[in-house]
Design a protein around this ligand. Structure first.
Ligand SMILES: [Zn+2]
Length: 271
C-alpha cells in the first residue's frame, strides 16, 4: 500500500502500480491524511501502470511524465486528452473485457462507473487474481466480473463522503457478494473532506460491521501506508474461473518487493 488508491502489485518478477498519486497536500476540498509510503523516484522501476481515471488523486502528472516510455500506462478508452494532459507517453486505452499482457501478468479491463471516464482491472499474476476497482460505484457489472473470474483479493473503496464519489459501505458489501472475493483490501482512504458537512460516519469499521451482519466470510485487510499483504497459496481453491491461470506455484502476488533499503517498509499484514 503506497497510499490512497496507489498500490504496488507484484508477482513473478512483474510490478504494477495502480492509480499513482504522490501529492502530499490534497486540494481545496480534500486534505491528504498521510504522505505516501514512497516517493515518485522510488517506484519508477515498474512494468506497468493501471490507471482507472484522470482525477487529481489518481493521476500524478510528475510521475507519469518521468516514467520511461517503455512502461505502458493502461487506462480507459475514449479519453485521448488524458494522455497528453497527464503526460503518459505510452498510454494504452482499454475497453471493458479487453485483455493484454504486461510482464507475467494477464490484465483484463473491466467496467466501472464514476464521475469521469473510468475502467477497472482484473490482474492474474503468479496464480492469484486481483480486482482493482478504482473509484467505481456498485453496479450490476460486478456480478459479471464475479462470474468471469475467481477473485482472490479486491482492492476497492468501502467508504464514501456526503457527495458519494465511490461506493459506500453498503454498496461495498453488495459488491463483495457479487464478486465472491475472499479478501478485501480497502482503498481510497487517503483523503478526507476539509468541510465537516461533507464527512460521513463511514469507515473500514462500519464496512466490516455491515459485512459481518450480512454473513459474509470475506476477510478485510486494512493496509496502512507502507504495509503489504501476501496472497495465500491457491492450491486448495476450486477453480471457477474461465480465464484464471491454472495452478501456478505457491504465490505471493501482492507482496511488495524488497524496498526496505528505503527504510519505509513496515510489517506485512496477513488475512
Ligand atoms: Zn478518487
Amino acid at each position: 500500500m503506497v497510499g490512497h488508491s496507489t498500490v504496488l502489485l507484484e508477482g513473478a518478477g512483474t510490478r504494477l502500480l495502480t492509480d499513482p498519486w504522490f501529492g502530499t497536500s490534497g486540494n481545496l476540498a480534500y486534505r491528504r491524511l498521510a504522505p505516501p509510503a514512497f516517493r515518485r523516484e522510488e517506484l519508477r522501476e515498474i512494468d506497468g501502470v493501471l490507471f482507472s481515471h484522470g482525477h487529481w488523486d489518481h493521476s500524478d502528472r510528475k510521475f507519469l511524465r518521468a516514467l520511461d516510455a517503455r512502461v505502458p500506462v493502461l487506462g480507459p478508452s475514449g479519453s485521448p486528452a488524458m494522455r497528453w494532459l497527464k503526460g503518459a507517453r505510452n498510454f494504452r486505452p482499454m475497453r471493458p473485457w479487453e485483455r493484454c499482457a504486461v510482464g507475467a501478468a494477464a490484465i483484463t479491463a473491466v467496467p466501472a462507473l464514476h464521475l469521469a471516464r473510468t475502467v477497472g482491472f482484473v490482474v492474474e499474476l503468479d496464480g492469484s487474481c486481483a480486482y482493482f476497482a478504482g473509484d467505481t460505484y456498485h453496479r450490476p457489472f460486478m456480478a459479471e466480473i464475479g462470474r468471469r473470474f475467481r477473485i482472490d483479493v479486491a482492492l476497492m473503496p468501502v467508504a464514501t463522503f456526503r457527495l458519494p464519489m465511490t461506493m459506500g459501505d453498503r454498496g461495498a458489501v453488495a459488491a463483495v457478494a457479487d464478486l465472491g472475493t475472499a479478501t478485501v483490501i480497502p482503498i481510497h482512504l487517503g483523503i478526507a473532506p476539509r468541510s465537516p458537512l461533507l464527512r460521513t460516519a463511514q469507515s473500514v469499521a462500519s464496512f466490516e460491521r455491515r459485512l459481518r451482519d450480512a454473513g459474509s466470510p470475506a476477510a478485510v485487510v486494512h493496509l496502512r501506508e507502507g504495509e503489504s499483504w501476501a496472497a495465500p497459496a491457491l492450491a486448495m481453491k476450486p477453480n471457477r474461473s474461465n480465464t484464471a491461470i491454472a495452478s501456478g506455484p505457491q504465490s505471493q502476488a501482492t507482496t511488495a518487493r524488497d524496498l526496505s533499503s528505503s527504510g519505509r517498509e513496515r510489517s506485512a499484514a496477513r488475512a
